[in-house]
Every structure is written in structure tokens, then in C-alpha cells.
Design a protein. Structure first.
Length: 468
């Protein structure tokens, strides 16, 4: 059975993107900059790599506003991507995609190339590209008149991650490799290329580009200055409510597992779909991962941020993720025995059957999960101590394992919560919560509170590439 990978996972070598920035709409995260002077408002190129978390809402990616009636905006609405310029409250440029962007496991590369200096600006001069391909199907289009200015490169407030005219329309997800070219309308090949082996569109090194007066390049490498422009222009952005904990290694070249916001009857997801919070009442709500695996050894951690009623962590077959979300918890009945959980009372669950297994856990505790799909064993730890005297490195012996996993299935990690104040934070290598130590796997990936058992790995595409 093949591994279930994100739709645009990259396994080949080449240029590596080391960091991205995680935006959480609930924390009002954004970046801002006001240029000291105007650049070229008639010709420019904007490029960014984006991984969405929240669907269905209006979320702004990039925005420049001169006044209430004059602005340029790049944003998601109804899960389509939209570019729009408005002057005197009249829209004079518009490209609204028919394509929807609903794959929360994937990184999208979006480029907008604008040049109104030609005699008749049209589809060859005002262009949008997604993953290296030119968009040609739009629900709405307005091409500008010759020499029509935008407010990109204007000496007005530019924001990344929200509208600049008020505290609204925040972006929820990840962004990486954000570039603005002032004075050139470029093709996407200036920012990416198709991988020779996989055919997947991937980033290339953009440091040699000419960025222009107000151009910038944000790579989010400097944790002490997340808004630093590395183009050489010094066009730095001011950071608002973003800290080093929001700098992640979930990137276009190493896509990492998160919780899947496409699954029905979800709890509330936040912090880039890592944190899981129950909504209201006493109904079980379950969040499961975006990546499924059928072989190898995999490790993750869940931190109990708030324990009010009930929480459960574990693994489940990808064939049952929709069933478990429908008012059920991991290990509940009706899941074809393909969910395996460990709850706050110290009991383990499978197909509604439970038995004593380990210690109870509560607010502040961290539960580790070691999933051995080479030997089909499952282990749980509490604050670094493997329960039931378990030994994840015991191989086929399975010393102290909680369960023998059914063979022939793809599994993913998951968390179940039961009350409006129950919350857990998933750590698949990029925690949204502070940890006191910092441990990586044998390949050097991940940032975990406790030591990763030998031979186990963080669930990301770099580690998955080893399985072909």
C-alpha cells in the first residue's frame, strides 16, 4: 500500500527552504511596512509560497491601502484567490480564480505579474500563476487601462496577513519565500522550477534577482527579526504578534503533517492546524492528520494545554478518519477496529473496548506516540516515560506496546476532545507551544520536548522520501 502524501510533496534535492512563518488569525498575526517613497506602481511582480489552514473565510495575504477608497488586495474568498485594485471606490483591475484552494496539506506557489505600461494590458501583461502554471479560468476579470497605477509600491501601508485598514480578515496558515519585485513583470520561472524526477513545482534560489526600490525578499530565517528583508534593500517589515515560536520548518521543500481541516465535525483548529480545541457541549470531536503512512517508524507529541473533561490521543486508519470525526473519539466503536487511543484516565481504547494501560494525564502533560509500522506496534509515553514499561526500540518483540496494529492500512496521528475548554497542541516537529529542551530525530528533523526513540522520525516529506 502506498504512502499517502501531500499532493505536491517534493522529494528531490536542490534548493532548500529552511523556514516559514505560521500565522494564526486568532492571535492577530501580521507584518506591516510603509515605504518612504513610491516605487513603480505600473510594473511589478509578487511571489509567495502559501499553505492554508482555515477554509471558507475571507483572508488577506497581501494588502496596500492609500485610503478608504483606494487599495490593492490579494486575498482568499470562498476558497478562490483574488487580485483586485480599486480607485475612488471603483474596481479597475480584477482577477478572481475559478480554481479553489482547499488542499490544506499542500503548499501553493502564487505569482502575480503586473505590467500596465503596454498599449493594451491584457492576459499577456496582467498574469496570475499557480505552481508554475498560468491561470486562464477566472470568474471575474477586469484588465486595466494603459499605465494604470496600483497601490503596490505606493508610499502607503503594506500588510502581509491581514487588511491594513483595520483588525480584520487575518490569514490562518503558513507563508514562505515572499518576494516583491519593483519595476519588472517576471515569469514564475524566476522563482521556481519543475522537478526533473517528480514533475512537482519547487522553489529556486531568488537571491540573485534585481528587486528594485521597494522590492523585498522575506525568507524568515532570522528568528530575532522575522520581518527582515534579505534582498539587500533593507525594506524590513514590522512584526505584529509573531514570535520565534511562529518560525517553523514546515516549508515547500519539507512539508510537515498537520491536522486536516477538511474532515467533517471537527473541533476548532488553530495555530496552523496544530492546536485542537473542543467547541461546546459534551460531544466527542476528533482531529486527524494530513499525512498517512503504511511503513516506517514515526513519532509525535501532544501537549495537554487545558484538560476539563476528556482527551484522547492515538492513531487511526486513513480509511476511517471521517467516521471518527462524527461524534466519536479515537478507539470508539464502529471504526472497523482501526482506531487506537490512550485517554486522560490512563486507559487504552480500541473499537469501544478499554483496559488499564498507563498513568492518568492532565493540563501541562506531554504525551508521546511512537508508531512502528514495520512491526505494527504502538507505544505511548507521558512526559518522556514510556507507559506499561514499553520499549519502542524492541522491534518485533513489542515490549510493553499498547496495541498490535492491523496490517495493510495507512495510519495517521490524531487527537479527540470532549468539552468546550479542552485543548491540546500537536507537535509533529514544529510545536506552536514553547518547549524547554529540543530534540530532533535521527535525520535532524523536528523539535520535540523529549528524546525521539532511535529509528523513529518526524512525519514530514523529507523523511518520507526515504521510502520512495
Amino acid at each position: 500500500m502506498p504512502l499517502i502524501l501531500p499532493s505536491n510533496s517534493i522529494s528531490a534535492g536542490g534548493y532548500e527552504v529552511d523556514n516559514s512563518l505560521r500565522f494564526n488569525s486568532g492571535s492577530s498575526d501580521y507584518l506591516e511596512r510603509t515605504p518612504s517613497s513610491e516605487g513603480n506602481r505600473k510594473k511589478w511582480t509578487w511571489s509567495a509560497w502559501i499553505k492554508r489552514s482555515k477554509l471558507g473565510s475571507e483572508e488577506f495575504v497581501f494588502y496596500s491601502r492609500e485610503s478608504a477608497d483606494n487599495d490593492t488586495r490579494f486575498y482568499f474568498q470562498d476558497d478562490t484567490f483574488r487580485f483586485q485594485n480599486t480607485v475612488s471606490n471603483t474596481t479597475n483591475v480584477r482577477l478572481f480564480t475559478n480554481r479553489v484552494f482547499r488542499d490544506v496539506s499542500a503548499w501553493y506557489h502564487i505569482v502575480i505579474s503586473y505590467d500596465s505600461t503596454v498599449t493594451t494590458p491584457d492576459t499577456n501583461s496582467i498574469q496570475m500563476f499557480v505552481n508554475g502554471q498560468k491561470e486562464t479560468s477566472f470568474s471575474a476579470t477586469i484588465y486595466p487601462s494603459q499605465n494604470q497605477d496600483t497601490f503596490v509600491n505606493d508610499n502607503s501601508l503594506h500588510t502581509i496577513g491581514r487588511r491594513s485598514d483595520g483588525a480584520s480578515n487575518y490569514f490562518n496558515g503558513y507563508m514562505s519565500e515572499i518576494v516583491l519585485i519593483d519595476g519588472q513583470a517576471l515569469e514564475p520561472t524566476s522563482f521556481g522550477e519543475f522537478d526533473a524526477d517528480t514533475g512537482i513545482w519547487k522553489p529556486i534560489d531568488v537571491s540573485g534577482l534585481t528587486f528594485g526600490t521597494n522590492g523585498f525578499y522575506l525568507d524568515f530565517e532570522n528568528s530575532g527579526s522575522l520581518g527582515a528583508d534579505v534582498s539587500g534593500n533593507g525594506n524590513n517589515f514590522t512584526v505584529n504578534n509573531l514570535t520565534s515560536i511562529d518560525q517553523t520548518t514546515d516549508t515547500p521543500t519539507n512539508n510537515t503533517n498537520t491536522h486536516n481541516s477538511l474532515i467533517k465535525d471537527l473541533p476548532t483548529l488553530s495555530e496552523g492546524n496544530l492546536n485542537v480545541t473542543s467547541r461546546v457541549g459534551s460531544t466527542w470531536e476528533t482531529a486527524t492528520g494530513t499525512i498517512g503512512v503504511s511503513q516506517g517508524k514515526w513519532y509525535c507529541e501532544y501537549k495537554v494545554i487545558t484538560k476539563s473533561t476528556a482527551l484522547m490521543f492515538g492513531v487511526i486508519s486513513m480509511t476511517e478518519v471521517n467516521a471518527v470525526a462524527n461524534g466519536k473519539h479515537i478507539g470508539d466503536t464502529g471504526l472497523n477496529s482501526l482506531g487506537y487511543g490512550y485517554n486522560h484516565q490512563g486507559t487504552k481504547y480500541n473499537n469501544g473496548n478499554y483496559s488499564s494501560y498507563g498513568d492518568t494525564f492532565t493540563t501541562g502533560d506531554i504525551i508521546g506516540i511512537a508508531m512502528d509500522l514495520d512491526n505494527h506496534k504502538l507505544y505511548f509515553s507521558k512526559n518522556g516515560t514510556w507507559q506499561n514499561s514499553g520499549d519502542p526500540e524492541s522491534g518485533a518483540t513489542g515490549t510493553g506496546s499498547a496495541y498490535d496494529l492491523s496490517t495493510g492500512y495507512d495510519y495517521t496521528f490524531g487527537a479527540s476532545v470532549n468539552n468546550g475548554s479542552d485543548e491540546a497542541g500537536g507537535n509533529f516537529g514544529n510545536p506552536a507551544f514553547t518547549i524547554s529542551s529540543g530534540n530532533s530525530d535521527g535525520n535532524g528533523y523536528g523539535n520535540f520536548e523529549y528524546s525521539v526513540p532511535s529509528g523513529y522520525y518526524a512525519l514530514n516529506t523529507k523523511n518520507l522520501a526515504e521510502f520512495g
